[in-house]
Design a protein. Structure first.
Length: 427
């Protein structure tokens, strides 16, 4: 029978063994080593227990990765046909905000439409790209941003599907039959949804020209009438107009008509004989002229003449050239030619550069006058359908440089010219 001292030693050993087991360690009584993992000596190690009286520490909570996606039902075709585009996005975190990176080269900035991006006015034959990422309130960002890319194709593209938005291009194109159909200046406070209605005017067979709410139509002509007779509308008295109007509107085929904003126009429907008798045969049969800055300290105008490639337009084509480069650039202070992607040869399926021929002159009064002209063929056939574009800036002082003029021409044409119908294969 063990003595009292032996019993005490056995109790102490048992207590030490129990304590070691509670700490997840098993003392190998033979080798005297501590084991925390399976071994030959102890194939079933005991999990480490929490200290007496304390609960196990909870595992740190890991937030789910942020995911950015388009609103359900949104479809953005690779070749997109729309005059403008605004997309909306959502994230798997309702409190997230959104950053945008335009074109993959600019810095990340808050998106211009909050939970989405507004591309604004789309230009035909341009590629667009936007990356959007969600940002959590804790600083997390989507590691794999949403990327939206498309090519703006106003001829063969597919309309996007935006929930709650009805895409319609054809309904916005207007072919004025009277002065009262012309867009008028709108107040700065007019909502954009109202100001932009019926502001795409058809020019010739294949194009429409956007008329911003801050621009005034100073001239318009079309032969796309029911009987093929040319119909002209010229602002009176026509001062500063590229297609000069002498202010006379008294012929039998002319009549003075007041537009909705009070502007006075000469509305005319001359026959071919009337045009020849009046010496007006040199006017393009299809053109639009816009005063881009009415009431400002400069006169800025653009004229777009559309030629469908018919023999009857040959005289009008040469007249437009005589009216500008030949007659007005003589004795220029500066002149040059700049190849620019102004109007792509989109019907042929490939981009093509056009040449902007420009010059700067100085009037007797010291005004700086800039003039530019572009010939843009719509097909590989240079005698086929084309555009003749004239751009002028008449500043009170020499405030415009050649770089600014060229950039202004480029931006205006890319933004405001819209193709509305494809050419037939035979064209």
């Amino acid at each position: 029978m063990p003595t009292k001292r032996q019993l005490t030693i056995l109790l102490v050993q048992a207590w030490l063994t129990a304590a070691a087991v509670g700490c997840g360690q098993v003392k190998d009584l033979i080798g005297g080593k501590t084991q925390d993992s399976p071994s030959d000596a102890n194939p079933y190690p005991v999990a480490q227990a929490a200290p007496l009286g304390l609960s196990p520490a909870p595992a740190p909570k890991v937030a789910a990765p942020l995911i950015t996606r388009l609103v359900d039902g949104t479809i953005i075709p690779a070749h997109l046909k729309a005059t403008s585009l605004r997309i909306a996005v959502v994230a798997n975190d309702p409190s997230a905000s959104f950053d945008c990176q335009v074109g993959g080269q600019w810095s990340w900035m808050p998106c211009n439409a909050g939970a989405g991006y507004d591309f604004g006015r789309l230009a035909h034959s341009m590629s667009y790209s936007i990356a959007i990422r969600a940002r959590g309130t804790d600083g997390r960002v989507d590691a794999h941003p949403l990327l939206v890319t498309f090519y703006s194709d106003m001829v063969d593209g597919i309309a996007p599907t935006i929930p709650g938005v009805v895409q319609s291009l054809a309904a916005t194109v207007t072919l004025p039959t009277s002065v009262v159909d012309l867009p008028v200046l709108v107040k700065p406070t007019t909502p954009a949804s109202v100001a932009n209605q019926s502001r795409f005017l058809q020019v010739g067979s294949y194009y429409a020209m956007t008329v911003p709410g801050t621009s005034l139509v100073s001239g318009f002509a079309t032969d796309k009438t029911y009987n093929g007779v040319i119909h002209t509308m010229l602002l009176l008295p026509g001062g500063g107009s590229i297609i000069a109007n002498n202010g006379i509107c008294t012929a039998s085929y002319q009549r003075q008509v007041t537009a909705a904003d009070g502007s006075l126009y000469c509305d005319a429907t001359p026959s071919s004989a009337d045009q020849l008798a009046a010496g007006a045969a040199s006017l393009p049969r299809n053109f639009i002229e816009l005063n881009l800055a009415p009431g400002a300290g400069l006169h800025e105008a653009i004229l777009v003449a559309a030629l469908d490639g018919t023999s009857s337009e040959a005289d009008a084509d040469s007249a437009v050239e005589r009216l500008t480069i030949t007659s007005r650039c003589q004795g220029a202070v500066a002149a040059g030619q700049s190849p620019l992607p102004l109007v792509n040869q989109f019907y042929a399926g490939s981009a093509q550069m056009q040449t902007l021929v420009w010059c700067q002159t100085t009037s007797v009064a010291g005004r700086s006058q800039w003039l530019g002209m572009v010939k843009a063929a719509l097909t590989a056939d240079q005698a086929g359908p084309s555009l003749r574009i004239i751009y002028t800036i008449d500043a009170r002082q020499a405030l415009v440089t050649s770089t600014q003029f060229i950039e202004r021409v480029t931006q205006t044409l890319r933004r405001q010219l819209t193709p509305i119908a494809p050419l037939t294969p035979s064209a």
